[in-house]
Design a protein around this ligand. Sequence first.
Ligand SMILES: Cc1cc2nc3c(=O)[nH]c(=O)nc-3n(C[C@H](O)[C@H](O)[C@H](O)COP(=O)(O)OP(=O)(O)OC[C@H]3O[C@@H](n4cnc5c(N)ncnc54)[C@H](O)[C@@H]3O)c2cc1C
Length: 315
Amino acid sequence: MADTIERIKCLIIGSGPAGYTAAIYAARADLKPVMYTGMQMGGQLTTTTEVDNFPGYPNGTDGTAMMEDLKNQAERFGTQVRFGLVTSVDFSKEIGGIHKVTVDESIQIEAETVIISTGATAKYLGLESEQRLIGGGVSACATCDGFFYKGQDVVVVGAGDTAAEEATYLSNICKKVTLLVRKDYMRASKAMQHRVNKTANLEVKYNTEIDEVLGDNVVEGVRVFNNVTGKKEVIDVTGVFIAIGHRPNTEIFKGILDMDETGYLFTKGKSTKTNLPGVFAAGDVQDKEYRQAVTAAGTGCMAALDAERYLGSLD
Ligand SMILES: Cc1cc2nc3c(=O)[nH]c(=O)nc-3n(C[C@H](O)[C@H](O)[C@H](O)COP(=O)(O)OP(=O)(O)OC[C@H]3O[C@@H](n4cnc5c(N)ncnc54)[C@H](O)[C@@H]3O)c2cc1C
């Protein structure tokens, strides 16, 4: 049983670029938004020190500082930013219905609209050396960090379309890219495999796994092993890109909102509308294609506009 019940117009779940942008727009539209930040206040960008591709920062910026800017901007217009984790939801199926959301298993919020911007979490291999060197040469985003490895040698780990895309993207920037594939085949589409195979500076090593990422503070290489022969070798690289997938943070919406087989929320057409009226989704939680701060912010804006128009249509 909830300790507290509060009725609001607009609840925003998650405090990444999508959530804060939705908050800025919703607050300026007088929806008096309340945001619950989740455990990672500021979202994924708080794990990087260099953001070079968000418009408006000619000299780049630190991810945490940028998210603090976004928070301040959202608060300036009256958004209530609260630390807390949404633990369960009971969404209405009726147009104009009230959505019940429980925070930290104790606070109950009743919201006319809900904007879900809970993001996605990159999967890593789980090696101690990999975890230690995240931000020191280990990355899960070639589009974000590839530029920092211009003219250098890197490895990409993965076998699907994302790994193939990241490897070919990096091949345009880096001197040499080695794609490490755990099995003796790739899962990527035939078209993507064709692109990989015809890229001159991209080598694929099958049956190959990382044993250890080498380096104290920055990546100096990887020790890999062939999982058939057991043979080990060291590849000298400065960057290690892990492309084995992302896990959208949608566990609490399972069975309630429509999502694909990997858990990404479905939105309707070019809107941010989910399958339930008054519930909208923005950012990485509904986007497995682009996964960038600026696209997350863009859909955050759309979600707030969709929420405002939905409420307007009820009057
Ligand atoms: C290391 C790294 C570097 C990157 N560098 C760049 C870059 O340079 N440029 C770029 O454009 N992109 C970059 N990205 C990608 C970018 O961070 C994401 O595309 C972007 O953050 C997605 O924003 P989002 O708002 O959808 O979600 P996220 O940033 O993932 O935020 C999700 C939010 O939801 C909250 N949350 C989750 N579950 C709950 C819950 N149950 N209740 C309440 N809150 C919840 C979390 O606490 C978090 O605040 C990088 C990503 C990583 C990991």
